[in-house]
Design a protein around this ligand. Structure first.
Ligand SMILES: NC(=O)c1ccc[n+]([C@@H]2O[C@H](COP(=O)([O-])OP(=O)(O)OC[C@H]3O[C@@H](n4cnc5c(N)ncnc54)[C@H](O)[C@@H]3O)[C@@H](O)[C@H]2O)c1
Length: 431
């Protein structure tokens, strides 16, 4: 446990309660914090997903929304207005530079819905400043960032939940129960897919950024590029400088059910094929196929649904193939094939996994109890790793051998170089 000036209000209360008496002062369903104690939340990144964060968290009676931040003053103003519509009496402070939020000791939690290239850095700086983080997916921009986040979380005794909201849903819990029950036999293969790919976005001219947008701070650690609107809000996800395209956008939502059900271990080979758009400046995959070999599992990703029962109707999905049956699912549905039977559930199989109180509620409870939540950092880092490795295989156009103990590629210095990114000044990975 780190102590000192970075400790926030909530951890000070908790540590004092435990430290002085040797026992918690307060005993309740949340552990050491009185249920009446409000969690003071700031939201960073107020675009499409940031709007959801604001709506979700401001709806809890034990949350006080105290600050909003976006590098775009227009979006900041819009979301401040939205907050006032929801809670006319709330007066949150507004910032364009997130570091002012991190400087405040009276804030317990930040949520982060910036573009992907900021996720890890903002989270790690927040951990250092004594705050817990509800951060959007994907976890990080690079493998190295994910490793550094895990260390920073542990060192600072922080709580983190990744924004994989579907994880909390009943369908994923039920699929995991069925897969883990053994009724489908040994699962040897899983097929994942997500339709659609990166559009080219044309060849627009560069522009002077609007006065209301701090383009330097939007770019942050990413390489400098002149501004053009398609690089910015929403479509940033189609550029490798900031994100990983449709593949990187959706990987963790659907790979989550594989990790939740099977916790695959011993990834050793990644072979990716695909194509970039040829009609514009966007460079992430228009289509992509990736083959992953784990110790006991073959995992495949495709842009088109695989030829398995039920897949053709799903724009995103997972198909588990076992020795005694198969299961195809998306976020909210599932279909099971066993022999000649087609089922939507197995009635006689009891519930074995505890259900979630809701993804955001689970995080807020974790902030109070200091027990890591469902989509915690250690879990989501493992689950996100193959996505990064597949994008490296895509960029280098070759099959790669991976050592899952050292987290390095075997005999491929170019691939190992791409496990990290060089940050633009003045940004650096926190020590
Ligand atoms: N969990 C989900 O289902 C889901 C859905 C959509 C998006 N997302 C994730 O949310 C993130 C945001 O996506 P979006 O579609 O809302 O993008 P967006 O472009 O609409 O919003 C991003 C916002 O972050 C702001 N921003 C950029 N740098 C910032 C900084 N340094 N400090 C403060 N604000 C900054 C931008 O100005 C913009 O308003 C992405 O990483 C995406 O993967 C998750």
């Amino acid at each position: 446990m780190k102590t000192g000036t970075n400790m926030n209000r909530r951890r000070f209360i908790r540590n004092t309660a435990i430290g002085i008496m040797g026992l918690p002062l307060l005993s309740n369903s949340y552990g050491n914090i009185a249920p009446s104690d409000k969690i003071r939340v700031a939201h960073i990144g107020l675009g499409n997903m940031g709007r959801n964060h604001l709506n979700w968290f401001s709806g809890f009676s034990d949350v006080e929304t105290v600050a909003l931040c976006d590098v775009d003053k227009v979006r900041l103003g819009e979301k401040y207005k939205l907050l006032q519509e929801i809670h006319p009496n709330v007066r949150a402070d507004t910032y364009t530079d997130f570091r002012h939020i991190l400087d405040r000791k009276d804030i317990d939690v930040i949520t982060c819905a910036t573009p992907d290239h900021w996720h890890a850095l903002i989270a790690m700086m927040a951990f250092q400043s004594g705050k817990d983080v509800y951060g959007e997916k994907p976890l990080s921009y690079s493998v190295e960032e994910g490793q550094a986040m895990k260390k920073a979380l542990e060192y600072n005794d922080s709580v983190f939940q990744l924004g994989t909201q579907i994880h909390a849903g009943d369908n994923y819990h039920r699929v995991a129960e069925i897969v883990q029950s053994g009724l489908l036999g040994k699962i040897h293969t899983v097929r994942l897919w997500k339709t659609g790919g990166s559009p080219g976005l044309g060849f627009p001219p560069t522009e002077i950024p609007p006065d209301t947008l701090d383009w330097e701070l939007w770019l942050g650690p990413a390489p400098y590029e002149e501004y053009t609107p398609v690089r910015c809000h929403g479509s940033f996800r189609y550029f490798f400088d900031y994100s990983g395209g449709v593949f990187g956008d959706f990987w963790c939502h659907i790979a989550d059910i594989v990790y939740m059900s099977l916790q695959p271990q011993g990834l050793y080979s990644i072979d990716t094929r695909g194509k970039r758009p040829d009609d514009g400046i966007a460079d992430t995959p228009r289509w992509i196929e990736a083959d992953f070999k784990f110790k006991d599992l073959d995992l495949y990703w495709t842009t088109t649904p695989p030829p398995v029962p039920g897949a053709e109707k799903m724009h995103i999905g997972a198909h588990f193939e076992g020795t005694d049956g198969s299961l195809t699912c998306d976020y909210n549905t599932k279909v099971i094939h066993m022999g000649n039977e087609i089922l939507d559930d197995i009635a006689e199989l009891p519930e074995t996994l505890p259900r979630s109180p809701g993804h955001q509620r689970n995080f807020l409870d974790a902030v109070k109890s200091r027990v890591q939540p469902e989509s915690n950092l250690a879990y989501v880092r493992e689950m996100t790793l193959p996505m990064h490795l597949a994008l490296i295989s895509f960029r280098l156009k070759r099959k790669l051998q991976w050592n899952s103990l050292t987290e390095q590629f075997e005999g491929d210095s170019a691939a190992n170089y791409l496990l990290s990114r060089v940050y633009r000044n003045p940004w650096s990975l926190p020590e």
